[in-house]
Design a protein around this ligand. Structure first.
Ligand code: MSP
Length: 561
């Protein structure tokens, strides 16, 4: 299928909603473990059948519109949520949403000449729509301006206060509004602007910093270094390993107390400190608590705390690996089980930025290659441990060659009326493969090996490797079909071999469709519908050869594009 046909074949949006009965949030005590940290040991941390799985994306700042970097974070989390649902985790709670308070948003709304709450409403819905279009099956879309969130932030603040972790003091130092973070003098650099003036910037992000000197509330972060280290070495809580090592290196030095409020006069757009409305709560404390607000409102009979995985970009590692577990440990809650840190998408090897004008909008990609094409590309090309390079040409090429020409073609050939006039999926068993001789046995071997490898790769966040395995199976099936030449077999009346060829090809396509569900959900749904696979037979247990004794009717869907 060419790119225009691909564009025409826009996938019907499938919004999977997982809903659960309501339950109150209770916390368990964090227990120290000392297992060796390596990629393998993650398996022990992963949720299993009938266990809860709680996964989150970061919540997105509403000062700019969604781009493909945001979508990548969400697609990674979505694919993992869908995979864990397929393997029987229950409940699966999956949250995303928008981060709407803070100086950055206050300034952006001022610049847009809008009231901040109206401004947030407008941009938050853009994120929601973009995520919906990309088939992100979240169970909760949280906005930090919601009442339920404010209530949670207040009750958490009171716990920290009661436990003696908050005190009033004077904060003096550099603040980077674009990053909403405090930076020490040695983390800043003086740069020369084009007009000759000097500007101090954060060395890490190259964004401007300002000097603040004010009264505010401080959090006793310095007291928590030991506890944080214990958490860090308790398992593979930060992945990939190089990010784990980075956090470990941060924890080798003393931590300084953290300012967690700003005078209301300077920052009005935020949650006021309980019983001291002259101060506004620091936006990162407010934002990180979104995960807990979601857990409290997860409508689950089971306690879903602590989060199984926070999916985050590399730029927000410090907030999630130091501040967040420190807040939780101080308040007596379990820290997250795991942080999955991913790299950033670049465009032509350059950072995406409004100033460079190279920001790629998900809608542009969807218009050209469909949401399925975009998801497939991001997961096929994205290696969480490194940065990725985006190219529209490559997106179209990959979606076409793998999905349309590879898998779509396979399904359409064995389901087409010319070879399959009765529109049936024929009964299949290992002997069907044997009937086809060595091409059949080779395919049977590949079909038997693929699901377990894909399972391991998905579990290890190597979606790109899982996809490669699936595509090797698709190529194997297409090669098998071409070698068997079923159109000739039919003409020559070799009906046993013809029927076996058709049965084997359709069975392989069924397994492929089942395995691809976390990656391209609506495409897989249409594929399985086309093959007439009952909905209750789409779990991970069915992602392997299923012998059957009776034929099944194909679905009535049109050609798979
Ligand atoms: N609001 C904070 C997160 C608070 S979570 C309690 C924030 N928002 S953000 O909108 O700036 O970024 C959201 C996520 O998008 C982050 O994980 C960030 O790393 C990710 N990305 C931003 N640009 C990206 C790319 N170019 N590529 C991949 N991910 C990118 O940070």
């Amino acid at each position: 299928m060419n790119s225009s046909a691909l564009t025409a074949a826009k996938m019907r949006f499938l919004r999977t909603r997982f809903s659960f009965p309501y339950n109150l949030f209770v916390h368990a005590k964090f227990s120290e473990k000392t297992s060796k940290i390596n990629e393998e040991s993650y398996r022990n941390f992963s949720s299993k059948k009938n266990e809860p799985f709680f996964i989150t994306t970061p919540i997105f700042y509403v000062n700019a519109e969604p781009h493909i970097g945001h979508v990548y974070t969400a697609v990674l989390a979505d694919s993992s949520a869908r995979f864990h649902q397929l393997i029987g985790c229950n409940p699966v709670v999956f949250s995303t949403g928008t981060d709407e308070h803070g100086l950055k948003i206050q300034q952006a709304s001022l610049q847009a000449n809008k009231d901040p709450s109206q401004f947030c409403d407008q941009v938050s819905v853009l994120f929601k729509n973009a995520l919906d279009k990309c088939e992100i099956g979240y169970t909760d879309y949280i906005r930090t301006t919601e009442i339920r969130h404010k209530e949670n932030v207040h009750s958490f603040w009171k716990i920290l206060l009661d436990k003696g972790y908050i005190y009033k003091g004077k904060y003096e130092g550099w603040y980077c509004t674009a990053d909403e973070t405090f930076v020490s003098e040695d983390q800043t650099t003086l740069v020369k602007l084009p007009d000759g003036k000097e500007q101090r910037v954060s060395t890490e992000s190259s964004r401007p910093v300002e000097w603040f000197s004010e009264e505010n509330y401080l959090f006793k972060l310095s007291k928590l270094r030991g506890e944080l280290l214990k958490w860090l070495i308790s398992g593979p809580v930060v992945r990939p390993v190089r990010h784990y090592n980075l956090v470990k290196s941060w924890l080798e030095h003393d931590l300084i107390d953290l300012s967690i409020s700003r005078p209301r006069a300077r920052l009005s757009w935020g949650i006021p400190v309980p019983e001291d409305p002259s101060q506004t709560i620091y936006v990162w404390l407010d934002a990180l608590l979104n995960y807990m607000t979601v857990a409290k409102h997860s409508h689950s009979e089971m306690n879903v705390w602590p989060p199984s995985i926070h999916v985050i970009g590399k730029d927000i590692l410090k907030f999630h690996s130091i501040y967040w577990p420190a807040f939780l440990l101080a308040a007596g809650f379990d820290p997250p089980k795991c942080l999955l840190v991913h790299g950033h998408w670049m465009v032509n090897e350059q950072k995406m930025s409004k100033t460079t004008g190279n920001v790629v909008s998900p809608q542009t990609c969807i218009d050209i290659a469909t949401a399925t094409g975009l998801r497939y590309f991001l997961l096929h090309e994205g290696v969480p441990a490194s940065d990725g390079n985006f190219s529209m040409t490559r997106l179209v090429r990959i979606a076409n060659s793998d999905l349309a020409d590879g898998l779509g073609n396979l399904v359409n050939r064995c389901c087409g009326k010319s070879l399959n006039p009765l529109q049936t999926r024929l009964a299949v068993s290992p002997s069907s493969f044997e009937v086809c001789g060595s091409p059949g046995l080779e395919l049977l071997d590949l079909l038997r090996r693929t699901p377990d490898i894909v399972y391991e790769e998905y579990l290890q966040w190597n979606f790109y490797k899982g996809i490669d395995q699936i595509m090797a199976l698709v190529r194997g099936a297409n090669g098998f079909f071409n070698t068997m030449e079923p159109w000739k077999l039919k003409k020559e009346g070799q009906m046993d071999t013809f029927n076996a060829t058709m049965a084997v090809t359709m069975e392989t396509a069924r397994v492929v469709g089942t395995l691809l569900q976390p990656i391209v959900p609506s495409y897989s749904e249409r594929l399985l519908d086309k093959l007439g696979v009952p909905r209750e037979n789409r779990g991970w247990d069915f992602a392997r050869l299923q012998s059957s004794t009776a034929d099944a009717s194909l679905g009535v869907q049109e050609t798979l594009r």
